[in-house]
Structure formats: C-alpha cells, structure tokens
Design a protein around this ligand. Sequence first.
Ligand code: 5AD
Ligand code: SF4
Length: 470
Amino acid sequence: MERSVIPAAEIQRQRETMRRLAARFSGGERAPLAMVETYGCQQNVADSQRIMGMLAEMGCGFTQDPFMADIIVINTCAIRENAEKKVFGVIGQLVHVKERDPNAVICLCGCMAQQETVAEKVRVSYRHVDLVFGPQALWKFPELLWDVLEKRGRVFSIEKERGSIAEGLPVVRESGVKAWVSIMYGCNNFCSYCIVPYVRGRERSRDPAFILEEVRQLVESGYKEITLLGQNVNSYGKDLDKPMDFSALLSEIDKIPGEYLVRFMTSHPKDAGEKLFDTMARCTHVAKQLHLPVQSGNSRILRAMNRGYTREQYLDKVRYARSVMPDLVLTSDIIIGFPGETEAEAMDTVSLIEEVRYDALFTFIYSPRPGTPAASMPDPASRKEKQVWFDRLLDAQNRISAELHRMYTGKTVRVLVDAVTEDPKWPLSSRTHGGRLVHLSGPSSLVGQYADVRIVDSNTWALFGEAVQL
Ligand code: 5AD
Ligand code: SF4
C-alpha cells in the first residue's frame, strides 16, 4: 500500500522557514503574539498543539485576546452544522481585528477549511481571512505563513490530497500531566452521515518507532496520562510496510516503564474484538476504559449508516469486553434522527443504552453534511419529533449515569489529579482510571499526582471525593 510520509528534506525546509520567520519577527518592537482557537475533537486539539509548536519556534508568544494578536489561527470542525455556524460567527467578528490592525494575519484551518464550499464562501465573503488550509496541509504552515507575509496576499491550500504523515515538527503541550499522541490520521470507513473521510483523507498510520519514542519521552518527562488518538485506532497499522495491529502497538507501549496510564480513542466496533479486549485486560498501563461508539441500537439504521455491525454483534462485543474487564468504564456516541429513522427505531437505541448501561454518552441529533450519502436520503421526521426522541434518550442516560455514579459513594478509588479549580469547596479536579470526573478536596500539591480518594457524593456528571491521607 502507498505510504505518504513527508520526506525529511521537506520538514527541514519548514524548519528553515520557521527560522527565517523568527529572524523576521525579531526585527519588530516586540515578539509577535499568536492566538490559536480550537473547535471540535481531540485530534484538532493535538493539531493545534503542533501549530502552537511551530508558532513558538517562530518566536511567537501567546494570547487569548484577538485584539492583542498579530497572528490568529482558528482550527475548525465540520462534523455538524452547528459547529460550522459557530465558526462563521467567530470569523465574522474578526473583521474588527483587521480594521484595527490591518497587519494582523488571520488563518482558518482544520476540517471546515478543507471543504471547497467553505473555502469559496471565505474567499468571497470573509475577505479579511488571509490563509486557509486543511488538515492535510498543516505540516507546511510555516511556508504558507511566509507566503502570506511575503506576498501580502491571500493563500488557500486545500488541494484534495490523500493525506500525509509529518514527523519531527515541534509541539507545545498545554498540560504537564496529560498528553495527546496521534497514532494515525484519516478514516476509510465512510459512515454514510460523516464528513471526516472527505476532509481528513485516507487512513495512514505513524511508524510505531516514532510513537514509542514519543510516549517514552512523555513518560520520562513526567506525563501521567497519554491518550492515543485516531479516527479509528483499531485499524492502526494496516498500511505500514511491516503491518502491525493496534493490540501489538498497545503491548509495546505497555512495556515502557513508569507510572502512567494509556487511553485511546476512537474505537470502531467493527474492528474491535477479543484480541483488543484481552490486550487491554492484560496491559497494566492501559486504562480499563473504552469509548465504543454504537451510533444506533437498530440494525436497519446501522446498515444504512454503513457501520458494518448489527445490534447483536455490538452487544456480544460489550459482553466479551466486560467478561475480561469487569470494571470497564464504557462510553459511546449516539446519533438520533438519522434519515428515515422511525420512532420505534429510535426507541431501539434507548433500549440498547438501557441494556448496556454506559457510564456516559455523547449524544447528537443528525445533522446533514453536504456531499455525504445520508444527506441525500429522504428524511421525513421533523426536527420536533427528533427532539422528543432525543430527550427520551437523555433522560434515560442521565438516570443511568446517576445510578452508576451513586455506586461509587463510600468507595476509595485511585485518581490522577489534573488541575486546580475555582471552586473553594472542591479545589481540585481529577479523573479515575476509568476516566470519570472527580471533584476533589485536598491540597494543590496533589496536582500531577496519583491519589487515593474517598467518594463522598455524586451526581449525573461527576463524583465528589476527599483525598485520603495515607
Ligand atoms: N450528524 C450528527 N452527528 C454526527 N457525528 C458524526 N457525523 C454526524 C452528523 N452528520 C457524531 C458521531 C461521531 C461523533 C464524533 O459525531 O456520533 O461518533
Ligand atoms: Fe466518521 Fe465513521 Fe470515520 Fe468515525 S469511523 S470518523 S463516524 S466515517
């Protein structure tokens, strides 16, 4: 299979461009300030950390205030129409930044930017946006920025590409405790409702040696939680010269010594099986947590979604996973109101979540994405009807989450303390090994540490605990 690793010489050229930009910026009265705003999934968060890494290498400082910024980067999400509307609102507002400072450079990147219709709209109606580039062009951001500054003209880089892998670019991580590591990019699944395969290109896996080295370095520098990212991590490695599967990668990572946990997302149920669950159960560093999006509890809808499994097959997988990991924390994504879905079919999804009893759910009302097969399917149910079904699903899940959370009360669990909060009663936030949020009372010196905590209260969304002094 064709591999698409960006040649080292190309990466070197970006590094040189970063140096040239740093030299150019150092001639100014002060170091330039950059603002990077991120919408959407963890993959976008990880991409933004790369963009920040490149900006830092160019000598930029960072700000959250668009009026202070010399360079503004909006990293966008295209998964639902609402996400797009929000971004258009944000970039519309940025015209005031440009009015005040015509030299400010405004960049739009991410999944929205990769869509031709969006790029065209920006070209015509958002003329204050200087640079538009899709996820595939992220690695050449320094060169694109250079072109904007040199030519003082607008640059659009959204060529339809299969996608590539770029190694050796800098990264700025915002926390010293948790890190995201992309292990693969793109998606080949073409679920009929989803825009991702069109904007993020074909699946391509990073070389395991680079991933292992990155994880090893993160563990050595004190990171305690590492989340492996991919649109569908279970198809990791199929495109490598020496094919390797995700379970093998997990086993290799698990050998890295240290006190840390590995999580991963997202798993596609069609590719997640006994081998993965056995590996998770065996690997001591792998969190017993699984995000396994089911999308629907009705087999006809699952077929129309092109998901590649039935309700029964999904339930069998959950049963097996729980048999080898009794404490497994399980979460899922659900879409209500897929074109042609009936009330009875939507209620099959409610009955599935009652049967599985997920710890938490991410729930969405179907949003048509132009260019996807589902967008041209007949969709007779009204928004109002879909909202009723959606509310029933939420009511059921909220009750289930509250019940599951209540079972933690009185127990002592191990958490990773990740941040201080503004709440004087619960000044710390933390996560259990299974990823449940625990608001915590205890000293701020615990941040970045594992701690044993006694759970004293809970609600639908979180647990509340006290650090146990040992
Ligand atoms: N409409 C609603 N939800 C969607 N998702 C993906 N595409 C759509 C869409 N067109 C949801 C799926 C996916 C999650 C990331 O977003 O549930 O798992
Ligand atoms: Fe979209 Fe399906 Fe790929 Fe997930 S697996 S990104 S839902 S096409």
